[in-house]
Design a protein around this ligand. Structure first.
Ligand code: NDP
Length: 475
């Protein structure tokens, strides 16, 4: 009833303000432990599998022009020789985490944390957290200042020779090793310290599963929210700089930057720019509101995202270095892919923005920012929505009137373009797309289940009103 009364307060855009009073169901769902990802066995396989796969891919890129290598024989000796001689030996010699790699990667991690702590930016309230009895945490959103400062400093450092950005591509394997070690170290530190401080939340009781999913919901050092920082400030900028580094390496050796290399720089620029300019929107996202800060998020953000999503850029560079041939395509094919990327980006940006700004309006935390680019249709005027008994509103205007996950479709469009721009010589540039299809399909089923439980018959009404998930009239 209290929620119903609050709904009467409507802002200038016609969106009712809802103070996110935590319901009994919210609290129950927030505490509920469900084994996902195959439970303890599945998560152990992933914790061992992620780094192994990253090293395997690295060997394929570094020594085999991106071809997927296999053992010469499937006998025990053949497999042993493959693992030790073809993988481990090469990793030890070619991807050793030497001091320069530590300085580059950890220097950036530290720099980004100091920026996140100190730079100016608006302070935005998150959603009311069931585990804190509805309390809203505050987030210092200085991502944009950090991003512009980083672009400026990196350009100055590169051109003055203080830090040549090509060093990243030259030491790629070693920097990746440092990132992998840091991913494990940070997950362990946060897990142990959360335990010491008694900040456990939604624990299953199985050590491996809890380590993977995390112990603490919102680990913080002062006002620095570690989960928010790890989601936005490290993975995407590192990914962008890997692509910049590969393109500069090409420029250094060939004297030009090819269209595919420029495409990858643009693609990664758009992604990282979107994360920084729309940082305040991320606060209402599922990762920040619900997921704990465990190995899954930390390792993937610190190591997995930058060092597997970059394979298109690294492949283009390595292929050229080992064959002397620059990958290029016909003009119509290139224009087509730039169009796919930009259209995908437009829907991704405006789709996320439409929903998150709508949620911020309900939360009373909506603000306009002059971050570039503010695309048309990013904020819906007088939106239509479905009222739920829970109190939350479900948006049915804009892209959200056309499909239930329009931003996933757009993200997938971009990811396939990252592969297609490299041609068809290797599977590795397509790994991101394949992996992402699995991630998003899994996320959709988790999310739909959660929403069906949370909103009951109102969710059914919403699904009737917006029947398609990804593509209207198709699926
Ligand atoms: P979503 O943006 O899909 O958020 C899901 C939540 O939004 C739901 O649980 C529900 O929350 C709320 N919601 C759903 N439909 C509506 C609606 N019509 N109106 C209002 N609220 C609604 O979550 P993600 O965090 O998965 O995705 C955000 C972006 O991040 C996407 O673009 C995705 O592609 C991208 N992403 C990228 C990854 C990468 O590795 N590149 C990985 C994961 C995501 P509630 O219960 O509070 O109502």
């Amino acid at each position: 009833m209290a929620a119903a009364e609050e709904k009467e307060k409507v802002n200038a855009n016609g969106v009712p303000l809802f103070k996110h009073a935590v319901t009994k169901l919210d609290s129950e769902m927030d505490k509920e432990v469900i084994y996902e990802f195959g439970g303890p066995v599945g998560v152990c396989a992933m914790m061992l599998g992620f780094p192994s796969l990253m090293y395997y891919f690295w060997v394929c890129l570094e020594y085999h022009q991106g071809k997927l290598i296999t053992p010469a024989s499937y006998s025990i000796e053949g497999i042993q020789s493959f693992v030790f001689n073809d993988i481990i030996q090469k990793v030890i010699t070619g991807a050793f985490p030497h001091f320069l790699a530590v300085k580059i990667y950890m220097g950036f991690v530290l720099y980004s944390a100091v920026c996140a702590y100190t730079l100016p930016g608006p302070v935005i309230e998150g959603l009311g957290l069931p585990s804190l009895k509805g309390k809203k945490l505050k987030y210092l959103c200085n991502g944009l200042t950090y991003w512009y400062l980083t672009l400026f400093l990196s350009a100055v450092f590169h051109y003055t020779g203080i830090f040549r950005l090509t060093l990243i591509a030259e030491n790629f394997g070693s920097i990746m090793s440092v990132a992998i070690i840091w991913g494990f170290t940070m997950s362990t530190l946060v897990y142990v310290i959360s335990g010491i401080m008694g900040k456990h939340h939604r624990m299953s009781g199985n050590f491996f599963y809890d380590f993977f999913m995390g112990a603490c919901l919102n680990p913080r050092i002062g006002h620095l929210d570690l989960k928010m920082w790890a989601e936005t400030r490290v993975p995407w900028p590192v990914l962008f700089y890997i692509s910049v580094s590969c393109a500069l390496k090409q420029y250094e050796t060939k004297g030009y930057i090819s269209a595919p290399a420029a495409f990858m720089v643009l693609a990664h620029f758009l992604y990282v720019n979107a994360c920084q300019k729309g940082e305040e929107c991320i606060i209402t996202s599922w990762d920040i509101f619900y997921e704990k800060d465990g190995f899954m998020l930390m390792f993937w953000n610190m190591a997995g995202v930058p060092f597997t999503y970059c394979m298109s850029s690294v492949y283009l560079m390595k292929y050229e270095q080992s064959t002397g041939i620059t990958i290029s395509h016909s003009l119509p094919y290139t224009i087509f892919l730039f169009t796919v990327l930009l259209v995908g980006y437009y829907v991704f940006d405006t789709g996320n923005s439409q929903k998150n700004r709508f949620r911020m309006e309900q939360n009373g935390s909506f603000m306009t920012r002059n971050a570039f680019p503010q695309l048309p249709w990013g904020h819906i005027k007088n939106p239509s929505y479905i009222r739920t008994e829970h109190g939350n509103l479900l948006l049915t205007s804009g892209w959200w009137g056309i499909a239930r996950k329009p931003h996933y479709t757009a993200d997938l469009m971009m990811s396939i373009s990252w592969g297609l721009i490299t041609g068809f010589g290797s599977f590795l540039p397509y790994f991101y797309f394949c992996f992402f299809v699995c991630v998003l399909t899994h996320r959709v089923s988790r999310d739909m289940e959660r929403c069906a439980k949370k909103y009951g018959k109102d969710w059914d009404r919403y699904c009737e009103r917006v029947p398609y998930i990804f593509i209207p009239y198709v699926f």
